[in-house]
Design a protein around this ligand. Sequence first.
Ligand code: ADP
Ligand code: MG
Length: 687
Amino acid sequence: MGLNESILTIKGVGAQVASKLNKLGIYTLKDMIEHYPRDYEDRRKITPIEAITMEEHHNILASVATPPQVTKKAGKIIVTFRVKDSTGSIYVTFYGQAYMKNNFQMGEKYLLYGKVRRKYAKIEMESPEYQKVTDTENLEKVAKITPIYPATSKLSQKVIRSLIEKSLALCVPFLEDCLPEAIKKQYDLVEKTEAVTSIHFPKNGTAFFEARKRLVFEELFMLQLSLYRLKADFAQKYEGISYHLPEDFKSFLEKLPFSLTAAQKRVVQEIVEDMKSNLAMNRLIQGDVGSGKTVIAAIALFMAVKNGYQTALMAPTEVLAVQHYGFLQSLMAPFNIEIALLTGSTTKKQRQEILEGIKQQKIHMVIGTHALIEEQVEIPKLGLVITDEQHRFGVRQRLKLTEKGMRPDVMVMTATPIPRTLALILYGDMDISIIDELPPGRVPIQTNGVESSYHTRIYRFIEKQLLEGRQCYIICPMVEESENGGELQNVLEYTAELKADVFSSFTVEYLHGKMKPKEKNEVMRRFSSGEIQILVSTTVVEVGVNVPNATVMLIENAERFGLAQLHQLRGRVGRGVHKSYCILVSDSKNKVTQKRLKIMEESTDGFVIAETDLKLRGPGEFFGTRQHGLPEMKIANLYTDAKVLKEVQYCVKNILHQDPLLKKSDYRELVKEIQELAAKEVLHRAL
Ligand code: ADP
Ligand code: MG
């Protein structure tokens, strides 16, 4: 018996319930007790029946006043009866559950919790949760703060609650407290057992706050400690390559297709200094969409190669890798630099040749996707590693590439605006450069949010742009027809419709994530060359793609996308000299959604957008794992718990400073826990 036992060991859980729990990510007893409530209802408060005025959820204590009647309406079984307390009476109704008739006895008292509706003159509580109340002691047990869990429609709150109760009983004897005594004392944290029990079934507000405080602290503490340990090697300023400025550096800069902005120049200067120093570079380049990060990478790559080293640039998608490859090739060709492209769709034969070329050091620069981190890729003189759109990769992947070299310089690039505290978690070990200026001559993108009734006008507008020689993106949330009757635009059907009708005289093609890489590349190539005029796509074009002639970004069902995502998508246009437009179509009446779309109209600044989104929605969605590479948290909130996070960071640094290998006996449970965490696939992805 132990925490990692399967949920099948819980009494009453068979294969069927287990598979429903699996859908919630619950496999073991530990998962079960870490399935924390998303909310609570205070059912200590009982409403007298006469005080029920609103159609909402109420908690009443009443006795059965009429025998349950079973009737049928439109083939549906209905059980109904009246209950009363000293102030009045109300009907209780269950649908489709004939057995309910036997669950209620005349004259007995029940605590009933459910939504109250007014039906004509009659007030009725529909399918309430109920518990029999026999005496006052029993009432205290049932009328309590009740947890509400993240659930699926297949599992009721009542079932989850009872499973949690059973799991707690099974787990509590085996719970080990991983936090050292000294820390619990210093930060005034309650014991693990108490915290885990109270987070599910708090006796009162204080118990809840103490439980949460302890669990949030623990979660952030474990995360921070694991990250620091993982990065420990990597974070030390180790001795690295001391590059010098190559002779033709100036001539390379002069041959660039544009002159650098002041911000770009400053960042290049910072990078050159890093590379010249005998400490290895470990730098994050942060710059909004379109700020011109790629050319910075090119300059660093050039410098490394001219010093006799090999280099690698990793991008999150093949489309992006291909694009970088094209751009870099044009810059490097006059300087006798050999570049290769290595992706999932490189043929076996080509791959063999490229791998051999890299091994022989005939190839100086390799551009690619995740394919670069495979073991067979040996880069004997790897001196510089660059990761583009860093938030799409994990620390582990970044490290894997780095480990191919002997302490290479490392540079990562990201377009994601990250508040300072979070940057500390993700990039605590890195120096940060910021490109806070867009290249000149950009005409600001005009953004408009409209309802779908505007389509005719939108299409007329797009047609005008196409006739002027421009190109257009249309983004849909789905690939194929959606299950719920196609209320969401999907790429395939949408493309077919446009081809058949409004845009029959133009070239319209689609792009989505389920296509083969080869097909995707071909479509992107044709769009880049201007052959395709309208590209209907899912968000696969979201990162990095650069087609300066495209001037319209039309986003269907815009309410479906996060603001960070909309901002990235919009960044696909406005990259050239022509005025660009972003049209956000949404029929959503939701106030928050409307406000979010309004921000998009009002601002083009990634930081402003991120901040406003945080205020409107909280960090959950904006700081989703996918956007930022931040691990998903069970209870802590990386934004609102920022204060605890700071405490934790300080605390962890102190511990590692005093005992870098965590050898003290106090830390035994801690080390075990870290190892367990590290072994988990989830965390692999998160980190
Ligand atoms: P991102 O930072 O989003 O990766 P890119 O590197 O793709 O941006 O650059 C966006 C566009 O701006 C590209 O077409 C690039 O060639 C162009 N660009 C970059 N720097 C400058 C500059 N200093 N002057 C003019 N155009 C530039
Ligand atoms: Mg980019």
